[in-house]
Structure formats: C-alpha cells, structure tokens
Design a protein around this ligand. Structure first.
Ligand code: ARG
Ligand code: ZN
Length: 545
C-alpha cells in the first residue's frame, strides 16, 4: 500500500510532478522561548512609548557596544537559510488591499518582536515583491536585501529584551514568477497561488516569506491580525476568527479583520481572496465550523464535506480538545495543479477538483481527516525542526488510516505492507526522523513510515498507554513546537519506562527494527529506486496518492 512508483515516492501529492530542491546541510537542535499572546499584546504599546532603535537612553552600555548581528539562520538542517536567531517574533499584523483590475496586492506587514540578544542588525526572510518603505518603531530605518533576506540595520543597537516594531510596505503580484524560494517537492513558484478572482496561500514548508516578511521557521510562532481590503462582493478570509467587517469610505471596498490568537507557524498562514461562499456549519465537540468554498462549485463541494463535524468529534476523542477557536475547509476552484492539500491553521486547503470528482469517496474523506488531524499534529504542536516532519505526517496518516478502518481489519494489512517497504523507504530517503534532504521530506517515508513507527509504539506499550501518549502530546506542547526527542521523552514518561532504546532505531536507523508482536514480518530487500512496488499493486486506492 505504501509505495506509488518507487519506495521514496512523494506520498502527499494529489498529482505528483518531480522536483529538485535544496540540499540539506547542517544539524542543530532548535529551542526558542515560548511567547504568549499576552506578551504580544503587551509589547505593542511599549514600542510606541520607547523606540527600540534608540535603546533606553543615549549612552550605549558596554554590553551594547558588543552588540552583534542576529544569526541569519535558526539552524535548520534541511533549510539552513531560514530564520534569524536574534529576535523572537510575537505578532504579525498583515494589511493587504487586493486590486481586481491589476490582480495585485498593496501590503503592509508589521512584525512586533523582542530582541533576544544585543542586536546591531537583524533580518527577516523575504523573497520577491517590491518594497516601498521600511520603518522601525515608526521611523525610517536602513535596510538592504540579499538572497531571501531583508536586512535591517537600526541607527543604534537594540538591547536584548527590547520590543521592536518593524513595518514593511510592499507591492505584490501573486502571478509573478520572479521568486527565488523553491517549495519541495514541486509545486508553485511562490506561496501565492493565483486564482481568477484573487489568490490562495500555500507556503509550506519554507516559502511563506514570498507572501510576507517573517522569521519563517515553525520554531518562532506568533499571533496574527489580518486586515484584508477587497472590492465589494469579493470575499476575503484568513486564519482565525472574523473580528470585524466594514465598508470603505466610497463603498467600493470592504475590509475584513481576522485574528489568530493561538500561536501560529508562518508556514501555516492562509489568506484567501476571491469569489467564495463562507458556509457556517453546525459544530461538534464545542468547535465552531465554517467552510470557505468557491461559489461556482458550492453545490458540488458542500455535500462532500458533511462528515466534518463527526470527524472533528472523532479527533477530539483521540487527540484531546480542539486547540483553536474555529475550524473549516477551504475548497477553491482553479488550484488543481497545486497537487496537494494543506493544513493551514484553522482552515485547511483542498483543491476543488479533488473534492468535486469524489471518484474515490473513501480517499477523499481520508484526506479531509488527514488535514484535520494536522491541526493537533503539526499546527498546535509544530515541528521543532523540519527533520521532525514525521511527527506531522506520521500522525496525520495514522488518524487517516484509523478513520478509514473503524474496526481495525485493514490496519493490520496496511501496516504489514508498510513494514515490508520500510527498508526501501529508508534507503531512498533516510531514517524516518532524519530525512536526507528537503526534497524527500514529503515522501512516503514520512507518511506511512511515520505511521508505522506509531503502530510499532502501540504494539510495544499497548493501546491504552498509546492513547494516553497521544493526548499527553497535545496537553504538554499545545501552542508550541516540539521535536522527536520530546516525543521519545514524553512517550517514556507516560509509559513509565525508558523507551529510548526502543524508539531510537525505529526513528534513526536505516534498517527497520523487528515489529513487536509480529515476529514473522519481514522487509523487502532494498532495490534500485526505479523498482516497481509490490505494495502499490496490493492497495490501488492508496497507490493513487
Ligand atoms: N502537509 C501537506 C499534507 O497534508 C503536504 C504538503 C506537501 N507539499 C508541500 N510542498 N508542502 O500532507
Ligand atoms: Zn499531511
């Protein structure tokens, strides 16, 4: 069931073109302080009262004389150029005005952050677009662009602990192809996904900074405000809750304000503008639901989404309380080339062609559950590094598998087949928790290989303990980022025994350990990558992925 055309083939894509991405290089464990929404709320007024660029007075203290540039990387081994180590982003305020005549966007991103060292200089990730002004704490500031960095040099160093507010105004063309960022495995020239009536946003994992300047790594979550101005009659939606809507002075535009108060990784941003219908749906398990569907296709899309509330309640039973204020499914026409669905926070994205055709209803519902499960696994608890992608995709696949197989009758054969393919997947892509390169991070090894690790853990500790581990993960790390070492430690704590010896080879070895309870299971020998897959033939429905 696992492989499609070769053991390492991309599992997540709905279509599946080929792609060459950036090579991985360094290895570093990332840790960042947890920043609360309350801290973000506090920071903004402080900035206005005491401009950070001036420091707290006119003399530079001895420590400030030693101020250094923030490192132009947070040290992700798969994406070594992402992020900056010198500050912690607290809040992004994204203002965007969409002009239908030119299909372009006038935008201002205001990032509120706090310096985490004495800073002589810092950078944001930003690629493409045309900057019209940059202001630090309300005044002009020197800036430069190189590669995918926007580098800010304040007139005076910024003391560690000082809040700062950076406003970047720019012009954007969602249809532009003049971006440097490359999204693995294939996909788009940027995170902007243009549609006839506007655009959609798909930045995972490393290209959201083509839409707005940010510290573009999941280890630096922030809260968000979106102020979206569009022609009257056009719909604009973003992550989180709708706070207000008002008409422009000449009544030709409407501005909608959305807030995401739960900390969010930049890669999970969703901003959608176009001819959409927002359908309020009866919620479940206390979760408010709204779907955003292309108006022209609403009658075909909505009947396919009717299991949503039941799926939410089912996930709450397994993973714990829903972590956000709202959930919904975003189904645009005109993005079928995207080739994948995406777990953008509170509003998962699905190309309408996939939903409407509904040729394989079980598969469609699996993918709906998959992106829903990501709200707990990947969104509320974000990966500490991109090498931890199996925590996202393994869990989402695990719940998808279990939803599709309520009595567990197929799970066994699915896991048996994944086990058989496991050495091949590892040979092609690397250990489950250490993908060789960015271009293989969305391969089957992260999806079915990750789910197989969870099955092995359940076999080892038993159903009840496994269920407790899954809920404890959310209880412990919601709103934060966490990595593979955290998962091993938490599993051990919940199980009451040291699981390092068990989980380490499952996660970090290129050869698949013995499966507890199934001494007869064997792996297929590693073959050249082009070898046809026995497993794919056995499960055509899954091979379609
Ligand atoms: N995370 C998505 C999923 O739910 C897949 C995204 C795949 N591709 C990408 N370039 N981000 O499986
Ligand atoms: Zn996924």
């Amino acid at each position: 069931m696992v492989s499609t055309r070769r053991p390492g083939h991309v599992r997540s894509t709905l279509t599946g073109p080929d792609f060459l991405g950036p090579p991985g290089r360094r290895s570093a464990r990332l840790t960042r302080p947890l920043v609360t929404a309350a801290a973000a709320a506090l920071a903004a007024p402080l900035v206005l009262a005491a401009p950070a660029s001036a420091g707290s007075g006119d003399n530079l203290g001895a420590d400030l004389r030693g101020a250094r540039p923030g490192a132009e990387s947070v040290g992700d081994r798969l994406f070594p150029t992402l992020g900056n180590g010198g500050y912690d982003a607290l809040h992004y305020d994204l203002g965007m005005t969409y002009q239908a005549a030119t299909r372009t966007v006038e935008a201002t991103t205001t990032m509120t952050a706090v310096a985490t060292q004495n800073l002589s200089r810092f950078s944001l990730d930003f690629d493409g677009n045309t900057i019209t002004s940059v202001r630090l704490d309300g005044g002009p500031v020197a800036f430069a662009r190189h590669d995918e960095k926007l580098v800010i040099t304040p007139a005076r160093p910024i003391r560690a602990g000082t809040p700062l507010r950076l406003a970047v105004a720019y012009h954007a063309d969602p249809r532009s192809t003049a971006f440097t960022c490359v999204v693995p495995p294939p996909a788009t020239p940027s995170a902007w996904v243009p549609i006839d009536s506007g655009f959609v946003d798909a930045g995972q994992p490393n290209c959201e900074h083509t839409v707005f300047p940010s510290n573009d790594h999941p280890s630096d979550k922030a809260t968000y405000t979106f102020r979206l101005t569009v022609p009257q009659g056009t719909t604009a939606v973003a992550n989180g809750r709708l706070v207000s809507t008002f008409d422009g002075p000449d009544r030709t535009t409407t501005t909608s304000v959305y807030r995401e108060d739960a900390p969010m990784a930049s890669e999970l941003t969703q901003i959608v503008v176009g001819d959409f219908t927002v359908a309020q749906v009866p919620g479940a398990a206390g979760v408010a639901l709204r779907n955003v569907v292309s108006t022209a296709s609403a009658a075909q899309i909505e009947p396919v989404l009717t299991q949503e509330a039941e799926q939410v309640a089912w996930m709450v039973d397994r993973a714990g309380p829903y972590p956000f204020g709202v959930y919904g499914e975003l189904v645009p026409d005109g993005i079928d080339n995207l080739g994948f669905a995406l777990e953008t926070q509170t509003l998962s994205l699905f190309p309408s062609g996939f939903i409407k055709s509904n040729r394989n209803p079980v598969r469609v519902q699996r993918v709906l559950v998959h992106e829903l499960a990501h709200q707990w696994f990947g969104d509320s608890v974000a990966p500490a590094t991109w090498s931890d992608i199996w925590l996202n995709e393994g869990h989402a696949t695990w719940y998808e598998d279990n939803w599709a197989d309520p009595d567990g009758s197929n799970l066994l054969s699915q896991m048996h087949d994944a086990y058989a393919a496991s050495d091949r997947m590892r040979a092609a892509d690397g250990p489950v928790a250490l993908p060789d390169t960015a271009e293989v991070m969305f391969d089957n090894n992260s999806y079915d290989g990750g789910a197989l690790v969870l099955y092995a853990l359940r076999q080892e500790v038993g159903d009840a303990t496994f269920a407790r581990i899954e809920r404890a993960w959310q209880a412990r790390f919601h709103g934060r980022d966490a990595g593979t070492a955290d998962f091993i430690a938490l599993s051990s704590a919940v199980a009451g025994r040291d699981l390092r010896g068990f989980l380490t080879p499952w996660l970090y070895s290129r050869s698949t350990p013995a499966m507890p309870g199934h001494p007869d299971w064997t792996v297929l020998p590693v073959q050249p990558a082009a070898a046809p897959s026995v497993a794919a033939a056995a499960h055509p429905a899954r091979a379609a992925r």
